[in-house]
Design a binder for this molecule. Sequence first.
Ligand SMILES: Cc1ncc(COP(=O)(O)O)c(C=O)c1O
Length: 353
Amino acid sequence: MYPRLIIDKEKYRHNVQQLKQKCHQSNLSIMAVTKSYCALQELVDVLNDEHISYIADSRLENLKKLQTTRPKVCLRLTSLHEIEAVLDYTDVSFQSELPTIQALNDAAKQRNMTHQIVLMIDVGDLREGHYYKDDVEPLLKGIQACEHLVLIGLATNLTCYGGVIPTPETLQKFVRLVDHIECLLGRSLQLISGGNSSHIHLLGTSQTFPKINNLRLGEALILGRETAYGKDLDYLNQDVVILEADLIELKFKPSLPEGQIGMDAFGATPMIEDVGYHWRGILALGRQDVDYHQLVPLDDSIRLLGSSSDHIILDLSHTKTRYEVGDVIRFRLTYGSLLSTMTSPYVRKVYVK
Ligand SMILES: Cc1ncc(COP(=O)(O)O)c(C=O)c1O
């Protein structure tokens, strides 16, 4: 049945092993991020086999179901409405707000347990975290008053919202604050997590900081690319996951719609290029599953023209292969298309044996 994702665990294992080796050469542990593939257990098992230090996800549903002996980390800041679930399903959670931290402490106290937290630091990407220029002392004092929480580390996230690339200048801001916080605490912290897949271009260069001892890696492991410049990494597999969808129609038609033009299915005015008559294929896959702009056909002579909720329309006029109805078209994925196809219940997940 199509559409489906073909998932190759051994290709994923190769990526995990390669990045683990590279990170270890730079004295970095790995926190593997599983959210892009909805924490599929078959891939989490690879992380377990390879003794990855931490398993992280942003969704509590994923952290609840995934099986691991490694510490489970919740990356997304805790909602005040999910305090109990964070204690139920995670060992470590990322935090930045004192009211949430105090609520977590109160709930942990009720259970007579301790929970570990990591404080997020924002050095300019402007997503979550304590802003590095602000006074951190009141927040630290608040955390230290929480007897049922242990602050185990600090983390910063880059190249997510603001697109800020990790450079020595930017990382220096983080490291300076780490030193300051450790000085205020009077102890060193076990986890100094310096970034995500956008950090990889710095590995093996002199531009890293010994203070940073961990990276949180998602996209690089599954898609084989670094995310500062969007480059494929030649020592990794880019085809751990391939999307397959089948052709349900193939007809020779004009490219311009005929008649008075209003809106398309999504309320937009269609802007369509006139390329004359051409071979139009329709895939049984649509915008409900994926944004077609985020698909990369393995046959690069295929042109993607557009989509509606259940269909993607292709121009197959210039392909070497003569496609027929029933043929399967294969795609490489970007981060966006990986996320949405993994999340769509209509896209089956199949493993290479
Ligand atoms: C806080 C945090 N760290 C790390 C990651 C992983 O990022 P990447 O997939 O670029 O490695 C994410 C995103 O999933 C995140 O939200």
